[in-house]
Design a protein around this ligand. Structure first.
Ligand code: URP
Ligand code: ZN
Ligand code: ZN
Length: 504
């Protein structure tokens, strides 16, 4: 993505907006001073600027890039056929109130659907409702000849540069052969493959035995989704990706052993990236052990684990084993539309998988990561925004406060204390797994392309004012490990994957 030329930014015209006296995080530095916005872009950083058409006082506040949430489910039907509780309006409003100015949700292909149809449908719904900017990843459930030969390359050319594939869920999963097909295509077309890594057969095998014994309560979800199911699939995905020399990103990584496999694979030179989410830092498997079916409100896949895994996720985010921190917002109501499709008789196999988190993602990390001293403000900004922009081809336009970038900004009050309740949030889930938590720090003013989206706890923009982002190729430099060991592929395999044109 390109930045505007300097003549668009400069000139004597007044700034459309001046943000005064904040602590601006830019380019690895903290600059105390003013920030000027013109034509929706950042036009001046630092020093003392003349009054703009509008001024916002940010004295004592952090002025940070707006967050980017590169994993959220919006107005999407799940693999099990359930519809999310949020549409593109409620999800983007909720995101904005939590300091996020760009989302990349999924356009989900289910078997029997054509990719152009899926993309047209999601594009239309988002264009009518989104209040902040958005792109799409494509969920691919049917990698047939038409998809691989025609539709996917076209989608990538149209700015959908990332593809999510599932190794589990009977109706979504690809087998290893199909995964190799998708990875090889992504290599050729410069797209990023995002992988939901869990072993379908391990989960199915355990679940079958639990159900036969009538062990159906929500807490058995975490028994069926044994940590080994994640670790085995992660390892397999990494091996497949290495075979065809394609970088991949493992989404919603939950378990300590999986993070260790990723860390070791990276040390051996594997081009694997990974993401984690608040539920794996702030929730545990034992949250699903509640009276009746209440535990279903904490059910996601893979499930949250134990304290050791929570620690491993923090460590992975801090040491760079995990590159992105996303919400995996998958909002399902605690009723028949989501968590309880069979009412009181719902088993753990039937409840919708996923937890909400699009609004609290950043406040949780700001409070528990930055303000508690686990990470510095630059690590916070990288995990909240910059890394997403780079990995998903939105940089330098999005993800950083730099001259010429979109003026996507969140002004954070580090002193504000909030006790979380579902009723203060703007999504449609009807509950939050973080109910009652105290959070310090809140993004009080949120700006997208120079438009003030949230101020004084009120939404300030119209539905449909967000814009589609045609993304470019992933910028992976700095995120992949230094290649310690060159894999000695044979010449024929090298030729097959395009590493050695002479090999055949
Ligand atoms: O449980 C989860 N994570 N639900 C959302 C769907 C997915 O696989 O990301
Ligand atoms: Zn997933
Ligand atoms: Zn997800």
């Amino acid at each position: 993505m390109m930045l505007p030329s300097s003549s668009d930014l400069h000139g004597n015209e007044r700034f459309d907006l001046t943000i005064r006296g904040g602590r601006i995080v830019t380019d690895g530095r903290v600059v105390e001073g003013d920030l000027g916005v013109r034509n929706g872009c950042i036009a001046a950083i630092g020093g003392s600027l003349p009054p703009g058409k509008r001024d916002i006082d940010a004295t004592g506040r952090w002025v940070l890039p707006g967050g980017i949430d590169s994993h959220c489910h919006v107005e999407q039907r799940s693999g099990m056929g359930m519809m999310c509780a949020d549409d593109f309006y409620s999800a983007t409003v909720s995101a904005a109130f939590g300091g996020t100015t760009t989302i990349v949700p999924f356009a989900a292909q289910h078997r029997g659907m054509s990719i152009p149809e899926v993309l047209a449908d999601y594009s239309q719904r988002a264009a009518e409702k989104a209040v902040i900017d958005y792109g799409f990843h494509l969920i691919l459930a049917n990698p047939d000849e038409q998809a691989l030969g025609v539709d996917l390359p076209q989608a990538i050319r149209d700015g959908i540069n990332s593809i999510k594939v599932y190794m589990t869920y009977d109706k979504m999963k690809l087998d290893d052969y199909q995964l190799l097909d998708v990875m090889a295509l992504a290599r050729q077309e410069q797209a990023l493959v995002m992988i939901h890594a869990e072993s379908n057969d391990m989960i199915r095998w355990i679940a079958q035995r639990l159900i036969e014994r009538k062990l159906t309560a929500p807490k058995y979800h975490s028994v069926a989704h044994d940590p080994l199911a994640e670790t085995e699939a992660a390892y397999r995905a990494i091996a497949l990706a290495q075979l065809v020399d394609t970088p991949v990103l493992l989404v919603h990584v939950a378990g300590r052993d999986t993070i260790e496999v990723i860390r070791q694979a990276r040390q051996l030179g594997a081009n694997v990236l990974a993401e984690s989410c608040p539920q794996y830092m702030f929730l545990k498997a034992e949250d699903m052990d509640r009276p009746g079916l209440e535990g279903s409100m904490f059910c996601c896949s893979p499930p949250a684990r134990d304290e050791a895994s929570q620690e491993a996720v923090w460590q992975g985010l801090i040491d760079g084993t995990l590159s992105t921190y996303s919400s995996d917002h998958a909002p399902y109501r605690f009723d028949e539309s989501g968590k309880l499709p069979n009412g009181d008789a719902t088993t753990f196999k039937e409840m919708a998988n996923g937890v909400p988190g699009i609004e609290l993602r950043l406040p949780l990390l700001f409070s528990e990561g930055f303000l508690k001293g686990r990470m510095d403000i630059h690590q916070f900004v990288a995990l909240a925004s910059t890394n997403h922009a780079q990995l998903y081809g939105m940089s330098p336009r999005k993800g950083a406060i730099v001259l010429g970038a979109d003026a996507d900004i969140a002004i954070w009050n580090a002193e504000r204390e909030t006790t979380v309740t579902a009723s203060m949030l703007h999504d449609n889930t009807g509950y939050t797994p973080y109910e009652g938590r105290t959070i310090r720090g809140w993004p009080e003013v949120v700006i997208s392309r120079g438009r003030v989206v949230v101020e004084n706890d009120q939404l300030q923009v119209e539905r449909g004012s967000g814009q589609f982002l045609r993304r470019g190729a992933p910028a992976l430099q700095g995120h992949l490990p230094q290649r310690a060991v060159e894999r000695p592929q044979g010449r024929v395999l090298k030729a097959l994957i395009g590493l050695d044109k002479e090999g055949q």
